[in-house]
Unconditional design. Structure first.
Length: 378
């Protein structure tokens, strides 16, 4: 059997760069090399595509050091010829271009802007190259939490109450303190209850997210909006939901097929035993292994687990999902299921929620990778 040649993209220009590197390391270590020939292509933080850089297979977070794609002495720049499609991948060797061979598909293991937001997907569409994951519309819409909520609400799926702020003309010199009273007035007009969560609309991995506890504190609210503005000018101010955060993995290898849905899982914050106000921030997700653990299926009655699965499938279809997504929900004490966000390329390390959920549902990590790739091959 001829091996299919799969470009695995990792790194990228987003804040999630190191998490993409770790996800790609896991994929490359688990991919079925009897079926596939992986071609690792790294993207530096300033957007340069390279091959033959540092081998990502050795990367992990055990050392506490975040990995990064860098141009090494052996690295070669990647050049794309859009007109050549699947034969349009080259490595630059001096003044010569060396073909990387016929590429059967691309697995863009990229998180956040410039990778999970429809940009890379649009490039691959123009090249007519098959790729794993959601298409341009779903990727772009789900990268922007504001528009995710618009689509979900239109489909009748409950979402957290909130407002969206445009911070482009706010007073940077005062770090938005001058805009505090105006922000406070908008929160009151919307009837939002505290605590609030302030987050950039187009960022992931909890970058720029702040929990605002104190009602009527304009300075605290302004400071949270300023922090979020470091990542995006469009900012969500959402009412905190008193609920459990339940995540569900959706798998749809062939676009347009019926989505499969895993058993829902829950990230249990072990730190809450000592800090009731803690939430699942970047360090809890990636840097502190003692901060949380994954439980799949979540400790909920089976009818509620099924309701979460049905909601996740409905949300995936509402945004025109394909390939894979992780649908994050809130489950309230009275049984309401709200969708918080949809990640179209969720963390893909072997211990991330998405693979763990499928493992608990009966699909091993390596088989999951195979299923996703084979679903897009021509």
């Amino acid at each position: 059997m001829t091996k299919k040649r799969i470009v695995v993209l990792y790194g990228g220009r987003a804040d999630e760069h190191p998490i993409s590197c770790i996800s790609a390391a896991s994929v490359l270590n688990a991919i079925d090399t009897d079926r596939f020939e992986p071609i690792p292509v790294g993207i530096t933080k300033d957007g340069k595509w390279i091959v033959n850089g540092e081998d990502p297979r050795g990367w992990n977070l055990d050392s506490g050091v975040l990995p990064e794609v860098e141009i090494t002495e052996s690295a070669k720049m990647v050049v794309l010829d859009v007109a050549l499609g699947q034969d349009g991948f080259f490595a630059q060797n001096g003044n010569e271009l060396e073909s990387l061979g016929h590429v059967d598909a691309v697995f863009p293991v990229l998180h956040g802007p410039y990778g999970e937001d429809g940009t890379v997907q649009g490039l691959l569409e123009m090249m007519n190259v098959p790729y794993v994951g959601c298409g341009v519309l779903a990727s772009a819409a789900c990268m922007d939490k504001h528009y995710t909520k618009v689509l979900l609400a239109a489909a009748g799926i409950p979402v957290a109450p909130g407002i969206t702020i445009d911070a482009r003309e706010f007073d940077v010199a005062s770090e938005f303190a001058a805009n505090g009273p105006e922000l406070l007035a908008q929160v009151k007009a919307a009837g939002l209850a505290y605590p609030l969560f302030v987050k950039p609309s187009r960022a992931g991995s909890s970058f720029g997210v702040t929990k605002v506890e104190n009602a009527d504190n304009a300075d605290e609210l302004a400071a949270a909006v300023f922090e979020a503005s470091k990542h995006d000018w469009r900012i969500l101010i959402e009412q905190g939901i008193n609920a459990r955060e339940i995540e569900c993995a959706v798998l749809c290898p062939k676009a347009g097929g019926k989505p499969q849905v895993s058993w829902p899982g829950e990230i249990v914050l072990d730190s809450r035993s000592t800090d009731a106000d803690s939430f699942y921030d970047f360090d809890s997700k990636y840097m502190d292994s003692s901060a949380s653990h994954v439980e799949v299926p979540a400790n909920l009655p089976e009818p509620m687990l099924e309701k979460v699965r049905e909601t996740a499938a409905k949300a995936f279809v509402a945004v025109d999902g394909a390939g894979l997504s992780r649908v994050d929900t809130f489950v309230t004490a009275d049984g309401e299921v709200m969708v918080n966000e949809i990640n179209t390329m969720p963390g893909f390390t072997s211990i991330s929620m998405y693979p763990k959920a499928w493992e608990a549902t009966g699909i091993a990590y390596s088989d999951l990778i195979t299923t996703l790739i084979e679903g897009v091959l021509r």
